[in-house]
Design a protein around this ligand. Structure first.
Ligand code: IMP
Ligand code: ZN
Length: 349
């Protein structure tokens, strides 16, 4: 019998494609590229291990060496979607940074096409998961690349039949400044794209956070240092509360990436206790060696949540997806259909 957390229907809203690649898929890629001499500990942080954020970004670069062709991108996208589906995720928003492959002929456009093709194939194979896509802007590229990404996103927004729903701003928080990205993000918003913005992963960047909140984004990624107890301010919290901006909270990612010292100290507690919209997410289930069921399990024990509270957390996450209202209604009825079985029959561990 399936455990509660896996059987719980779930929504995953913060998942970077390349950091979600499982060790099984990494193994396949390593066999195709033995000359790179990449070992598992270079692409994954195991239980009990931690890395600095800087070291995490180095790991991401290593993974990128393994996925530098459209064939690889297609293959990893299918594998990642299958794995999320097997973990009980019913709605997934994947995000990824369009990339050129220097020697493989991959262009940013064909990169996105490969991902969308994989999503469509999963749909044709009747996988029990609805998958949408966000194009990511890497802060490292600055405003010019950001604007190019917005243009690319616009092309796919109008041609992908609802698969492309938004834009993500991510990348090393120590690189670049928010002011470079406000115009591209506003341009994206005007096109109709939703905005998910990584914010406050590192401390003492209040000026950047105020700029981002001026947009305001449709969802915040991490938001670790926004509240006053973490060095943020009441003013920032008030803006976030006023706009009811949901926060994507990634427990294991933050603990293993050392931006949060322990699960018990995670800012999930602050926002959850304030009744603020919270979504549990994995960030990178491959690199951080987790899955969404495990994140719910960790939240349960770290914050003393009941099974009913876990259910509510998952059910409310439907409100914060970027797909339209009709998709939300469909998901809510899926959740309601699954609820009796989950609470009556599944072994509650
Ligand atoms: P990709 O966009 O599919 O290639 O996924 C990896 C990329 O996502 C990295 O190169 C970063 O730009 C971004 N990313 C992944 N995790 C994080 C994070 O925790 N903070 C900021 N950016 C991240
Ligand atoms: Zn992230």
């Amino acid at each position: 019998m399936m455990q509660f957390h896996q059987a719980l229907p779930k929504v995953e809203l913060h998942a970077h494609l390349n950091t979600c690649i499982s060790s099984t898929t990494i193994e396949k890629l390593m066999l195709q590229k033995p000359h790179l001499n990449i070992q598992h500990n270079m692409t994954m942080i195991r239980k009990g291990q931690t890395r600095t954020l800087e070291e995490c970004f180095d790991m991401f670069k290593i993974i990128h060496q393994l996925t530098d062709s459209v064939e690889h991108i297609f293959m990893v996208t299918k594998d990642v979607i299958k794995e999320f589906a097997a973990d009980g995720v019913k709605y997934l928003e994947l995000r990824s940074t369009p990339r050129d492959g220097n020697t493989t002929g991959m262009s940013k456009k064909s990169y996105v096409e490969a991902i969308l093709e994989a999503i469509k194939q999963c749909r044709q194979e009747n996988m029990d998961i609805d998958v949408r896509f966000l194009l990511s802007i890497d802060r490292r590229g600055g405003p010019t690349v950001a604007m190019e990404t917005v243009k690319l996103a616009e092309e796919f927004f109008t041609s992908s039949d609802g698969l492309v729903v938004g834009l993500d701003l991510s990348g090393d928080p120590e690189v670049g400044h928010a002011k470079s990205f406000i115009d591209p993000l506003n341009a994206a918003r005007n096109i109709g794209l939703k905005l998910a913005v990584h914010m406050a992963e590192v401390q003492n960047k209040n000026e950047e956070w105020e700029l981002f909140l001026g947009l305001p984004p449709d969802r915040i990624g991490h938001g670790t240092f926004l509240h006053p107890e973490a060095g943020g301010s009441d003013q920032l919290v008030n803006i976030i509360k006023k706009h009811q901006i949901p926060i994507e909270l990634c427990l294991t990612s933050n603990v293993k990436g050392q931006t949060v010292s322990s699960y018990n100290c995670h800012h999930f507690q602050y926002w959850y206790n304030h009744g603020h919209p919270c979504v549990l997410c994995t960030d990178g289930k491959g690199v951080f060696a987790s899955n969404l069921s495990q994140e719910y399990q960790i939240a349960e024990s770290a914050f003393n949540l009941s099974k009913a509270q876990l259910w509510d957390l998952s059910f409310r996450s439907i409100n914060y997806i970027f797909a339209p209202e009709s998709v939300k209604s469909h998901l809510r009825s899926q959740w309601n259909d699954l609820k009796p079985g989950l609470f009556n029959e599944v072994l509650h561990k």
